[in-house]
Design a protein around this ligand. Structure first.
Ligand code: B1M
Length: 212
């Protein structure tokens, strides 16, 4: 098992996007659980990429190649992670906030929520507050999920909450936030309803928020 995990992790670190599908398929063929592939190989691979970027060992193009590799691998796992739920558990709008283009974590959250039976409207990345408020008014979701990966885009989350209040819809939707620079204290500070540490926790929290 560890051989599969190491190879997938390494392919992500070096951005070998042409190899990743075969590596993931081979791990699945050997009955390695998709959740394990994501959590033990892919996410640690991306963490290593982040560290290399921080220390100046790699630059944006290499980071992008790793992201492409990760997304290709996730595409293969998506149908498996989403299997087996037909009954809708609630509606959730998810996006990455304005100014932020990171979507791998958000996509993972979307996959896991869909797999758990929620109807998810994924608005994508770099979503401005006005578009988001319009969508909330139109869809009336149970939960609004916001993702941010940059410390510079964290204030956008607070702006969304303030804008929900200004449009008098704050009490109609629960707000869940997440992303690497987000934590419980920040969530409380800006008045979100919950903070999700990772994709699996996001599912549990969505269930709790909808159950009231
Ligand atoms: Co960027 N980047 N990046 N990047 N990038 C980070 C975030 C950074 C930490 C790297 C570093 O310096 N070590 C750093 C931010 C520093 C900071 O703000 N303090 C950084 C920077 C600086 C930048 C640029 C500014 C670089 C530049 O241009 N000079 C630039 C900004 C672009 C922009 O957004 N405007 C940039 C660009 C990029 C790429 C485009 C090259 C690429 C993104 C490609 C893509 O997403 N399609 C990229 C990548 C890949 C990263 C790292 C390496 C990996 C992010 C990732 O996908 N992680 C990242 C370093 C790192 O995080 N280790 C880095 C894997 C993913 C599964 O984890 O997203 O944390 P994560 O999601 C988790 C949880 O956080 C949680 O669940 C997920 C699954 O467990 N979660 C939620 C996430 N959203 C949630 C929502 C929820 C609940 C849970 O509820 C709604």
């Amino acid at each position: 098992m560890s051989q599969h995990i190491n190879k997938i992790q390494q392919a992500i670190v070096v951005g070998h996007h042409k190899e990743i599908e075969a590596l993931v398929q081979s791990a699945l063929d050997d009955e390695i659980a998709p959740e394990l592939i994501v959590n033990a190989a892919m996410i640690p691979g991306m963490d290593a990429v982040g560290q290399k970027f921080s220390t100046g060992e790699i630059f944006v193009p290499e980071m992008l190649a790793s992201a492409v590799t990760m997304n290709k691998g996730l595409d293969l796992l998506k149908p498996i992670l989403q299997q087996g739920n037909s009954e809708t558990k609630g509606t959730i709008i998810v996006c990455t906030v304005k100014g932020d283009l990171h979507d791998i974590g958000k996509n993972l959250v979307v996959m896991m929520l869909e797999g758990a039976g929620f109807e998810v409207i994924d608005m994508g990345v770099d979503i401005n507050v006005e578009n988001l408020i319009d969508k909330v008014k139109e869809i009336k979701p149970d939960v609004l999920g916001l993702s941010a990966l940059l410390t510079t885009t964290l204030p956008e989350m607070a702006k969304v909450i303030e804008s929900l209040k200004a449009h008098r819809v704050r009490d109609q939707v629960k707000v869940m936030i997440g992303g690497a620079p987000v934590d419980e204290a920040f969530s409380e500070k800006i008045g979100a309803d919950a903070y999700g540490k990772d994709a699996a926790e996001a599912v549990q929290i969505a269930r709790q928020l909808i159950a009231g």
